[in-house]
Design a protein around this ligand. Structure first.
Ligand SMILES: Nc1ncnc2c1ncn2[C@@H]1O[C@H](COP(=O)(O)OP(=O)(O)OP(=O)(O)O)[C@@H](O)[C@H]1O
Length: 285
């Protein structure tokens, strides 16, 4: 991925709002970002840290107060919002695809093919005249993802896509993201549930409108662990805080478990992020 040029580049972007009290609210306060084709970027941060503002800026519905946003004019970007209902326009699945693809200059046969492919990918097997109101929240979200994917976007931005979903639906979205990124679509997945940020290529952590970490997940979740010259049996290791902990975010359960094991001298040299990776390491003991 290193050799690819960025398809989106933000340079020192700022989004400021005037508050009723006459002060300036800095929703984004000097953020720079390069996104490459096929990259899976997780944007994490506490409530109000600027994640959705960044998504809105990339999707083009929030204007810049300052800085530069560079992307090719023909770049196709699609967004999936947290509340599935907020995005649905049609009454039926067929209508929803009709609205989503109406602006594309492709034949109706190609539209039908893309619709079929996208529904297959997200695993929605319903007749096209299925009334959307009868779908569950998770199914509506999968439909939103399918309509976004049918436009063959260069960039897919998902703002808390799994917030209303059960673990199975979340796993499905993760598999979809793995599939589309391997085909070149860049995906930005915004979340404050850090379990959802353990499969991505890169994490960007936001705090108070600033980017305070931009790098691989492993270094975000795991601090340096150093052996201490101590006679204590229970805690022979002292560790620094990870960037994740420094920002005040709660690490995934797997990471928390591993950090405790590391403090007890176990799991040296490995930094599992997913439960299945931890199980594999534990099985070696
Ligand atoms: N239109 C607006 N006018 C004034 N302030 C705003 C506006 N939109 C966002 N903000 C403020 O900007 C900051 C960043 O908001 P944003 O929604 O981007 O955060 P977030 O990280 O997405 O939060 P959450 O996780 O709760 O969705 C917040 O303090 C918010 O109150």
């Amino acid at each position: 991925m290193q050799d690819k040029l960025p398809i989106i580049s933000l340079l020192d972007v700022r989004v400021h709002y005037a508050t009723e009290g006459g002060e300036v609210k800095k929703a984004l306060d000097g953020v720079s970002l390069n996104l490459k084709a096929g990259e899976w970027l997780s944007i994490v941060g506490a409530n109000g840290s600027g994640k959705s503002t960044l998504a809105g800026l990339l999707l083009g519905f929030i204007p810049l107060s300052a800085g530069e946003r560079n992307m090719p004019a023909n770049l196709t970007i699609r967004g999936v919002l947290q509340q599935p209902d907020a995005q649905v326009l049609g009454d039926t699945i067929e209508e929803e695809f009709h609205f989503a693809l109406s602006h594309l200059h492709i034949s109706s046969g190609e539209k039908a093919r893309r619709r079929q492919e996208a529904l297959q990918l997200v695993g929605l097997h319903y007749p096209l005249d299925m009334v959307i109101a009868r779908l569950s929240g998770g199914q509506k979200q999968l439909l939103n993802i399918a309509t976004a994917l049918a436009a063959k976007p260069d960039v897919l931005i998902m703002d808390e896509p799994a917030a209303m979903l059960d673990p199975d639906a979340r796993d499905r979205i993760e598999r979809i993201v793995q599939s589309v990124t391997s085909n070149g679509t860049a995906v930005i997945w915004i979340t404050h549930h850090l379990e959802e940020a353990t499969l991505c290529d890169r994490i960007m952590a936001m705090s108070k409108g600033k980017c305070i970490y931009d790098g691989i997940p492993e270094s975000f979740f795991y601090p340096e662990v150093t052996a201490m010259e101590t006679s204590s049996d229970t805690n022979p290791y002292e560790r620094l805080q990870s960037p994740c902990e420094e920002v005040g975010l709660e690490p995934p359960f797997t990471v928390k478990t591993c950090l405790i094991l590391k403090q007890r001298g176990r799991l040296k040299g490995v930094n599992p992020l997913r439960p299945e990776q931890l199980a594999k390491e534990a099985a070696r003991w």
